[in-house]
Design a protein around this ligand. Structure first.
Ligand SMILES: [Zn+2]
Ligand SMILES: [Zn+2]
Length: 185
């Protein structure tokens, strides 16, 4: 009789209830583990919420864009939205292949508008004939062989070593002349 005034339920039930709610909280915490805050919905739900299905057939990305391409946080990392769509709706993208937009719209994430191509093919398919010319040229404007290569991001940029050297020399000469005129005065 005394226990009922101190405990609304008897100690055994109380202990069991505490254990149950503790277990519920713990299991919830564990299921949320590894998922960033606010990502309670599976990635495919969040992905299609960010897609604007256009009458023309393009699926325009309404989320964050980088250089015209959509970016998507799949819960683990930030990925390119069109690649996510291709990998989840069509299949794996081999390392050597790139995804090319046949509709020429970078923000489109419709895998029907994409095709896997090699990097070289992708450059050749560039929109303007000028970029095609740029990719295939072998000599610089002054007729030297394009023998230098440097990397900018994942791009391979070719340049003429001869012209580069001459430009550097010219720059140095200009600086020297400038210094001389200053010292004379
Ligand atoms: Zn498209
Ligand atoms: Zn040159």
């Amino acid at each position: 009789m005394m226990t009922s005034t101190l405990w609304p339920v008897d100690p055994v039930t109380y202990f069991a209830l505490t254990l149950c709610s503790g277990y519920a909280i713990l299991s919830r915490m564990l299921s949320m583990k590894g998922r960033p805050r606010g990502f309670r919905y599976p990635p495919e739900d969040r992905f299609f919420r960010l897609v604007d299905f256009r009458p023309g057939g393009c699926w325009l990305w309404k989320g964050y864009l980088h250089l015209g391409y959509g970016r998507f946080n799949d819960g683990q990392r930030i990925v390119r939205a069109h690649r996510w769509a291709y990998e989840n709706l069509v299949g794996q993208i081999p390392d050597a292949m790139q995804v090319d937009h046949l509709c020429r719209c970078r923000a489109c994430v419709n895998p029907d508008h994409m095709e896997l191509v090699t990097q070289k093919e992708n450059i050749m398919r560039g929109i303007s004939p000028a970029s095609r010319q740029y990719a295939t040229r072998t000599h610089c404007l002054h007729g030297h062989l394009l023998d230098g290569v440097y990397h900018r991001g994942n791009q391979r940029v070719r340049y003429c070593k001869t012209c580069n050297r001459e430009n550097a020399r010219r720059q140095r000469r200009r600086l020297r002349e400038l210094r001389e005129t200053v010292s004379v005065e």
